[in-house]
Design a protein around this ligand. Sequence first.
Ligand SMILES: N[C@@H](CCC(=O)N[C@@H](CS)C(=O)NCC(=O)O)C(=O)O
Length: 206
Amino acid sequence: MITVHHLNNSRSQRILWLLEELGVAYEIKHYTRDRVSNLAPPELLEVHPLGKSPMIELDGRLIVESGAIVEAICARHAAHMVPPANSDAYIDHMELMHFAEGSAMTPILLALYTSRLGEAAAPLHPRINEQLDSHFNYMEQQLRPSGHYVLDELSAVDIMMSFPAEVAMSQGRGAKLPKLAAFVDWMQNRDAFKRSVEKGGAYRFA
Ligand SMILES: N[C@@H](CCC(=O)N[C@@H](CS)C(=O)NCC(=O)O)C(=O)O
């Protein structure tokens, strides 16, 4: 049995989506963001010192970091969602799995935090906006003609890219990123994704 520690409006939505796609049994422990600060509640700190979501328990082992969680679930239940080790596609897989959290989220979070500083952050905005454009454009370019990343069917990287792709759409970038817009549209219309939102609770990016 898998337990997902799920924070509303967060990256853990993509873990619920993955589990729904695979039809794997799981339960959800729900956590709600603070209404003022938007931060996770202290209960998540009782699970792990970072207090972030997603986290899962897989056969009694706690796993943190979405990338590690997606890899662990695919290794157990969906080997076909990761290219064979030593293949060229596996290098693409590793690059984009790390890009989704390690690179794409950096300008997204800088934009979020500096938006709270008002005019004081104005000198930073040109560089942050240029980096947002660059990372979202790269996500657009990396989509294959099939509409997927790395493989021509749903893969682990599609799951990881779904969150920064949804952020791009929430910033109104769909017209300039048509392939990314189609990817998000395809995902959000999947029955599995809809079930993940029903079970996870209201999701501001869908
Ligand atoms: N790199 C981590 C990031 C986890 C993370 O920062 N999650 C956010 C939600 S999207 C969170 O828990 N934020 C609540 C807080 O920082 O209080 C991952 O991919 O799992």
